[in-house]
Design a protein around this ligand. Structure first.
Ligand code: GDP
Ligand code: MG
Length: 255
């Protein structure tokens, strides 16, 4: 049996965006249909409850540290190259429903390009990471996104542009880089965040937002797939799935 979701990973309200100028949406709460489905505790099949999230960006921008700060509450100040691909599973409970983020970390090096397509495929969210103290890493963000998008359906992937190492930037430098980053976010339709894995600033809020928005998008997509926005329909659909999944009744061998 899976361990219970950590108490501090329970999401009951939609977390706020970082900047209203570069947000996936600025609604105050979860979509009413999503809330209704969750209240009825009928969210459908198991694959709705896991989202694959890939993290891309230049070498040493802070991808591994971003994930480690959230998943292990740890920060590694000496650089250790990520070898190949790694992933962490982080469990949440969103509106009373268990939900996991599968966070895929990669080396971001040329020699691992051959495994890239497997790594990128089937992502529900893409986190493009850049270093707030390196303008060059922001310029490369677009290329990372293009590569990742080749393997995914642009209409169903949520994009996040995350500037790391916020603790290293002076206020002036930060303001300038953020202006550029928000411009890029608008263009690529990504949600912008600035964080620091060293201090932990913004990390929890960011991942809670990723979990909430992917969860919401998954349920809305499922509602869309059923061909109806009616909650009652999805409830009926999931009931019939559950019915099918029930083990067949044992035959009574007794004479
Ligand atoms: P990756 O190659 O993108 O996975 O980069 P890492 O996460 O391994 O980080 C590269 C280097 O940047 C390491 O030496 C980290 O200690 C440092 N680093 C990562 N995040 C931060 C941060 O938020 N602040 C500071 N000051 N350093 C960071
Ligand atoms: Mg790494």
């Amino acid at each position: 049996m899976l361990p219970p979701v950590k108490k501090d990973r329970v999401i009951t309200e939609l977390p706020k965006c970082f900047s209203p100028y570069a947000a996936l949406h600025t609604n105050d709460g979860f979509h009413p249909e999503v809330k209704a489905v969750c209240q009825a505790h009928k969210t459908g099949t198991v694959d709705l409850n896991i989202a694959k999230v890939i993290v891309v960006g230049d070498v040493a921008v802070g991808k591994t540290c971003l994930i480690s700060r959230f998943c292990k509450d740890a920060f590694e100040k000496n650089y250790k190259a990520t070898i190949g691909v790694d992933f962490e599973m982080e469990r949440f409970e969103v509106l009373g429903v268990p939900f996991s983020l599968q966070l895929w970390d990669t080396a971001g090096q040329e020699r691992f390009k051959c495994i890239a397509s497997t790594y990128y495929r089937g992502a529900q969210a893409i986190i493009v990471v850049f270093d707030l103290s390196s303008a060059e890493s922001l310029t490369h963000a677009r290329q990372w996104l293009e590569d990742a998008m080749k393997e995914n359906d642009p209409s169903s992937v949520l994009l996040f542009l995350v500037g790391t190492k916020r603790d290293l930037s002076s206020p002036d430098q930060l303001a300038h880089t953020e202006w550029e980053a928000i411009r890029l976010s608008e263009e690529i339709r990504a949600e912008y965040w600035a964080v620091s894995a060293k201090s932990g600033h913004g990390i929890r809020d960011f991942f809670f937002r990723v979990a909430s928005l992917t969860f919401e998008a998954n349920i809305l997509a499922e509602l869309e797939k059923t061909g109806s926005k009616q909650v009652s329909d999805i409830i009926r659909l999931t009931e019939s799935i559950e019915e099918k999944q029930k083990p067949a009744k044992k035959k009574n061998n007794c004479c």
